[in-house]
Design a protein around this ligand. Structure first.
Ligand SMILES: [Zn+2]
Length: 386
């Protein structure tokens, strides 16, 4: 028997799966797979390396190119350390709001899309609707690239993608890219009374972080007026640092983590190359003069490409024509949108709820936003059936 859910009931189901990024999402995936199968829709899993998580993709409609991807991530951020008024993993309705972890980011969109499957199936679609559910978005958009590659391998080629991150159902056409970078400094430990015979990894880290900060300040000073990003320049920021073992020993190790958020016209890779050049020419030679054991290693932890605003992009055109929203929207958070775009698929972000509630205690999505999203999907279905 085909299973039928309202968008809210489907959201309730999805929220009940504790899919915090570091946990397995396979129970949720199995549920969605069974639900789709009850409607005769075949879905494809794409596992991570140790098979503890999977993405799922499927399409409904004719096996022709030119369809629309509806994309959501299944993972959510942790609730540890947050004080919730209700169980984060049980959807709770109060005053027109649906509270639960992931209700806004972004099981609200996923739930509304899945609940609309019977509509997609009963329409006479001329172009397919693809459903794409990823994992590990919240820890650096790690799951989407393999999923997208598999979609393109097994199914027809979609023309455009709608990433349903919470945007208040507004059309978001751009966001910055992010590279998360770990810097590992290996110094040379000596007693601090003999400072000039050692290399303090902490002092070196301080030099590097000062350089990173100076680049942010330079970028700020030459920001172009009219840029829609806030702040309107690329930023380089160290958020975590650890090192040293005693006040009287020059630190042998210091590690720190930086995020580099770039405007779409720049790339994180270019910034990393510039940083590496600074290290190799201005920092490492001084260290190696003291000891050849000294080193500075860089490790890329995550790399999320920017979503580039497209000139006359088909995704923007379609979504604006369905929502009637013509406001210009760029956002500060990153999404899987740039990954779809880099695969040749025109992409915008548009989904229910607000990013202000995402990742917070008492995360919620308004019932009216879910209704707007369901209405949007009905119009999309009609448009693809014309
Ligand atoms: Zn999200």
């Amino acid at each position: 028997m085909p299973e039928i859910y309202s968008p809210q009931a489907m959201l309730e189901k999805l929220v009940a799966f504790d899919t915090v990024s570091h946990k397995s999402n396979l129970e949720l995936i199995a549920f969605v797979e069974a639900y789709l199968a009850s409607h005769g829709v075949e879905a494809h899993r794409v596992y991570n390396a140790d098979k503890t998580k999977a993405s799922l993709h499927a399409f409904i409609g004719p096996q022709t190119d030119g369809g629309v991807v509806l994309s959501a991530h299944t993972d959510v951020v942790p609730v540890e350390g947050q004080t919730w008024c209700s169980d984060p993993f049980r959807l709770c309705e109060k005053g027109g709001k649906l509270f639960g972890r992931g209700s806004a980011d972004m099981k609200g969109f996923a739930g509304t899309v899945l609940a609309s499957v019977p509509d997609f199936l009963s329409a006479d679609l001329r172009k397919p609707i693809h459903i794409a559910l990823s994992y590990d978005e919240e820890v650096g958009c790690l799951g989407a690239p393999d999923m997208i590659a598999d979609m393109l391998r097994v199914g027809p080629l979609p023309q455009l993608a709608i990433v349903g991150e919470p945007s208040g159902m507004k059309t978001v056409t751009g966001h910055k890219g992010i590279i998360v970078l770990k810097t590992r400094v290996k110094g040379f430990p000596v007693h601090s009374s003999q400072l000039d015979r050692g290399v303090s990894a902490i002092s070196i880290a301080a030099r590097l972080i000062t350089w990173l900060d100076s680049k942010t300040l330079e970028n700020r000073s030459r920001a172009l007026p009219g840029c829609l990003f806030d702040p309107p320049y690329s930023t380089l920021h160290c958020g975590v640092i650890s090192g040293g073992c005693a006040h009287n020993i020059t630190a042998e190790y210091c590690d720190f983590t930086t995020d580099i958020r770039t405007l779409p016209e720049e790339t994180g890779e270019d910034w990393v190359a510039l940083y590496r050049q600074f290290i190799d020419t201005a920092v490492l030679p001084d260290m190696r003069r003291i000891s050849v054991m000294c080193d500075i290693e860089l490790e890329e932890i995550a790399n999320v490409p920017a979503l580039k605003p497209e000139m006359d992009g088909p995704a923007e055109h379609l979504v604006r024509s369905l929502t009637g929203d013509n406001t210009e929207n760029h956002v500060v958070f990153a999404t899987e949108g740039g990954q779809f775009q880099n695969a040749g698929i025109s992409t915008v972000v548009c989904g229910p709820g607000s990013i202000d509630q995402a990742h917070q205690a008492d995360e919620y999505v308004e019932v009216s936003q879910i209704q707007d999203c369901a209405h949007f999907l009905k119009k999309l279905t009609q448009r693809l059936s014309d």
